[in-house]
Design a protein around this ligand. Sequence first.
Ligand code: ATP
Length: 216
Amino acid sequence: MNKDLLNRLIRYKKIATKMKELGFIRVFSVNLADALGINPVKVRKDFSFLNIKGKNKGGYDIDYLIKKIDEILGKDGVEKVIIVGVGNIGSALINYPGFENVGIKIVAGFDIDPKKIKEDAEIPIYHLDKMKEVLKKEEIKIGVLSVPEVAAQRVAELMISYGIKGILNFSPVRLKVKDCIVNDVHIEAELENLIYSVKFEFKNFANKENKDDHTN
Ligand code: ATP
């Protein structure tokens, strides 16, 4: 499945879940399309491609839709995730309560700094030495990597050797790994990109406005 479709599916599910919480039983392609800023035809095409069936003019049953999307996403319950490197980013993720709503459970954090270790916390933070034991016991396949740049490659290899198959990488390092999917999150680069785009876009905009003022 291509990444755009995958992203849309995740967002369809998020909206359907919100609507369910609000007491709705059905959702229409136009509702989903509005929320995503796309054409309802695209939503219907996605669903027909994925064999998600709606009722003619009656929209989609929300429970059915969520169940189908979960099936497609391969979710059969709660997905367990670990956080390696409990600095500013790692601890923000550990403290974020929103993951549970989408079936993600942060089960533990790992760090090498003795000051960060809190084994009796609700979400325990263990020394990195315990990672093997915890990963094997809990059969965890997904990890967030939020250690400093210098440690990223080594720690990623360690995670993979203990069974991790997917890493969400917050370090600026391009990880060289095998048998593992890495998704990079480059917050600084994204922000720089946005700042540049805003400057460029609104500079042109301002120039155009000045020009218009001049001609009037
Ligand atoms: P962040 O990037 O999350 O804002 P920070 O600036 O708070 O981080 P960093 O120096 O980037 O701190 O370190 C992030 C965390 O990774 C720290 O808690 C640090 O103790 C931890 N850390 C450093 N090396 C390792 C390692 N090899 N294994 C696990 N954790 C590590």
